[in-house]
Write a protein of this length. Structure first.
Lengths: 159, 506
């Protein structure tokens, strides 16, 4: 029995069960129409029960199985995971700053930092790519497709 | 009548602007499909936002071009660098990669292009003839039948994705719960909104799937940076030799048809059809010992089947409104955004749109051939693009794509949340395709089930009184039971194939 995969499956299964229970209690507040026997809570509740059964069966097979299942690492000490989480946080920052600062500036800075985090140290290439890619995407969307991305502080330049 | 309609729609599709967008769609689809580590699903998801602002016919053409291009593009990295990606690519890689290692990458690529295009053609022709018939049959369906159809489609995708039924079920139920977010399909009561009006129409489809399929892949890519390294390959030819072609022709025809029929089962996609056709080609071949060591026939079988599947997967999409696999599920979402509602009624109310789709697909097949032949050298270069440039670019494109559907930053947050969820899901081997299909089929299942139950006063009698329902439910249960046995076999096959290919790299 591979302890790592059982542990991961156990965490996953229990999370799903807790989620289902939350769905069940959340649906209790849905209004009931006395004229029909099936209401808004019916389908989500059935699915929540299904999710609980599927989770239990996954936990059961995982504990019983003799074969080891290859599960990716989720340890926060792993440098790869740290890199992925930094990337996620940076991307959230992009979303937050998208409207106030504007797409072009935010994504240029983002692309540059991301390339640095990914281990690129060819400075000239980094500068060229991080400026060209956002500009290309911006003009592709605004000129060809008529979708203007947020301009932010650069707005005066485009008027 | 039908021929007249087809001819009329061909003249519409052959307008220069429509041709141009189909061509661009194929080009974009092929490039994204050819990027290592990007699946066709992700490629289509990333390119769909480009079609938002277009006219209906242009957007249909571009979407179908992207679809066929992405399916073909996947074979290029499979042959050149044996990227682990979709199982469909694994079948091509089993013979394509060894052949490339022998210095015959040109022979492998040319065969995969020819087989892909012929496979797509076969799929599209079958689709043109079959889907109107199925739509006529489906007109008799009531809500009970549509509910069972949705369940059947879900059971198939659970059965074939991932290596554990319970994990497939978890993914499907999770997706079905997600699909309940938004207004109730019967009485309009807003469910699970958390005060966010952006969720009223349900989880925004394109942002959700860009998150699940693109952002999660970027996060995985950032976690383990793998360099593809230099590719040196001998691209001497674009078309296969006459001997190769004649030898593989029967295999291509047979595999195209197999692929199309497997693709037409709701839920079953290119991966499974490629393996079935590959197995059949090996069984029928005069030189079965070559399979796995660089057989051109193997490449032809796998590629003809996974492209034949495209046309096949469109059959249930168009005639029943049920997507054949994850990629067509995205197409369905994109069609709906454009105001097209696939299903049996489309054949009565919007028959010209149906034939425009047929014609656009035929033209897209030809475009795949032209793009593939002319651009082969370019695509080989695309594969070696540095991940350090690729990953940030894909992430920016994902954000822009999700923003552009409704010009909303809220949708960008949805994308990021779904991306993180998709990342965690993949960590514990939960398959993502069932979530996507559940998001599409969930509202359909709920609406039809509740409508039926209101009429029948809460009785589930349709499960044993309506013949079509009985067949569908039994088929759904059987598919799950059979897959418990088959999955072990398929997992073993893939493991063996990878082992064999690993042996060749060393």
């Amino acid at each position: 029995m591979n302890k790592k995969s059982v542990k991961a499956n156990l965490i996953c299964g229990i999370t799903c069960i807790l989620f289902s229970l939350w769905v069940w209690f959340e649906t209790a507040s849905f209004p009931e129409d006395k004229n029909v026997n099936i209401n808004s809570d019916f389908f989500p509740r059935m699915m929540a029960i299904g999710l609980i059964i599927a989770s239990l069966s996954m936990i059961f097979t995982s504990v019983m199985s003799k074969k080891e299942e290859i599960i990716g690492t989720l340890s926060l000490k792993n440098s790869g995971i740290q890199r992925a989480l930094i990337c996620l946080v940076l991307t959230i920052l992009v979303a937050v700053l998208l409207k106030p600062v504007g797409f072009i500036i935010v994504s240029i800075v983002y692309a540059f930092i991301m390339m640095y985090i990914l281990g690129d140290r060819k400075w000239i290439r980094m500068i060229i790519v991080s400026i060209l890619v956002p500009l290309l995407i911006f003009f592709l969307f605004s000129k060809l497709l008529g979708i203007t991305l947020p301009l932010g502080i650069l707005k005066p330049l485009f008027h | 009548m039908a021929l007249q309609l087809l001819f009329n729609s061909l003249t519409t599709v052959l307008q220069p602007d429509v041709l141009l967008v189909i061509f661009l769609g194929v080009l974009g689809g092929t490039v994204l499909g050819a990027l290592p580590g990007l699946t066709a699903t992700m490629g289509v998801a990333l390119l769909v936002p480009f079609t938002f602002g277009m006219e209906l016919i242009n957007s249909i053409g571009m979407l179908l071009g992207i679809f066929l291009g992405a399916m073909y593009g996947g074979s290029i990295p499979a042959i050149l660098i044996r990227t682990p990606g979709t199982p469909a690519a694994a079948a091509t890689a089993m013979d394509g990669y060894p052949l490339g290692q022998k210095g015959e990458a040109g022979r492998a690529l040319s065969m995969s292009l020819t087989a892909s295009v012929m496979g797509s053609f076969i799929g599209v022709i079958v689709m043109i003839f079959l889907s109107p018939q199925i739509s006529k049959f489906a007109l008799k369906f009531s809500s009970a039948e549509f509910f069972c159809l949705a369940i059947f489609g879900l059971s198939i995708i659970i059965a074939i994705s991932g290596n554990s039924i319970s994990k497939g079920l978890i993914a499907a139920f999770f997706g079905l719960i997600l699909s309940c977010v938004g207004s109730d399909p019967i009485n309009g009561y807003p469910r699970f909104l958390f005060g966010q009006m952006g969720l009223y129409e349900g989880p925004p489809f394109i942002p959700t799937l860009i998150g699940l399929f693109a952002v999660s892949e970027v996060l995985l890519g950032v976690e383990k940076i793998v360099d593809t390294g230099k590719i040196t390959s001998n691209l001497s030819r674009i078309l296969p030799t006459k001997e190769d072609f004649l030898r593989c022709l029967p295999t291509i025809l047979k595999s195209g048809i197999i692929g199309c029929f497997i693709g037409s089962i709701p839920g079953a996609g290119g991966d499974i059809s490629a393996f079935v056709a590959y197995g059949e080609a090996k069984r029928a071949s005069k030189k079965p010992e070559e399979f796995g060591n660089g057989s051109v026939e193997g490449i032809a079988a796998a590629e003809a089947a996974n492209n034949g599947c495209c046309g096949g997967a469109m059959i249930p999409l168009l005639s029943l409104g049920i997507p054949g696999d994850a990629v067509t599920a995205i197409l369905l979402g994109a069609f709906t955004i454009q105001g097209l509602q696939p299903g049996p009624l489309m054949y009565i109310e919007n028959i010209t749109d149906v034939y425009n789709i047929f014609s656009a697909m035929l033209i897209a097949c030809i475009c795949v051939f032209i793009v593939g032949a002319v651009g082969m050298k370019l695509f080989v270069k695309v594969i070696s693009i540095d991940k350090k440039i690729l990953l940030p670019s894909i992430m920016i494109l994902s954000l822009v794509g999700s923003y552009s559907m409704r010009n909303s930053v809220f949708d960008v947050y949805i994308t990021l949340i779904c991306g993180f969820l998709g990342y965690l899901f993949q960590k514990v081997n939960l398959p993502l395709s069932p979530i996507l299909l559940a998001l599409i089929l969930g509202p359909m299942a709920e609406r039809n089930l509740r409508r039926y139950l209101i009429i029948s006063d809460g009785s589930f009698s349709f499960l044993w009184t309506r013949p079509i329902c009985i067949v569908l439910v039994i088929a759904a249960i059987l598919s799950l039971i059979i897959s418990v046995f088959n999955q072990k076999k398929i997992a073993k096959n893939i493991a063996e194939a990878e082992k064999a290919a690993d042996g060749n790299t060393i």
